[in-house]
Design a binder for this molecule. Sequence first.
Ligand code: C5P
Length: 223
Amino acid sequence: GTGIVIAIDGPSGSGKSSTAKGVAKARELRYLDTGAMYRALTWWMLHHGVDVSDPAAVAAEVSRPVITMGTDPGDPTVKVDGHDVTADIRGERVTTNVSAVSAVPEARELLVRTQREVIEAARAESAGIVVEGRDITTVVAPEAPVKLFITASAEARAQRRSKEVRTGDVAATQADLARRDRLDSNRAHSPLTRTEDALELDTTGLTLDEVIALVVKLADEAG
Ligand code: C5P
């Protein structure tokens, strides 16, 4: 392995998770889903009755949960205090509240530090890693040799996400995605933004395999 870092940002439903996992599998790289870390932290807060609409309450508790991320793209298990929450963190309650938790600066500081440790650990083993989220190209790994901003039309993103969560209500899904995009793009700390040096990839008219092949090619050229 080359220890390459591939940084991927983009809004919900853009296909960035499936792409990141596919690329990691194709090139035997590690995989880190940073959105799952914000979801795990949110899960813990809700589980412990913390008022997530109160940033001070969230800030006071951020260092309590032990969040463990599986970095195998074939089995990215997420644990909180040793408890497997991989499925639970995709639920509606976490999804509704995650943007409030992820806007708290103390939460971001802590998780960004952990994310950098995971990246360093992968590089120390020359394993290489694909990292995806909202602030990977801007804050977590701005020095990554491959930086991508993956997008898709609002309609395409809602279609894909409703398939994922198996709901027929595409309009409701689209409204929820729009709400999270607005919160994630307008928050004061590390909002979702595309930097000049990140390559924008609009996946609206592309299949997942086409997108993966494209990113694998970019990775091979860079690494
Ligand atoms: O990627 P996913 O939709 O699972 O992310 C869930 C939420 O976590 C996002 O809506 C965003 O609020 C937050 N997030 C973040 N920074 C990241 C990854 C996710 O703020 N790097």
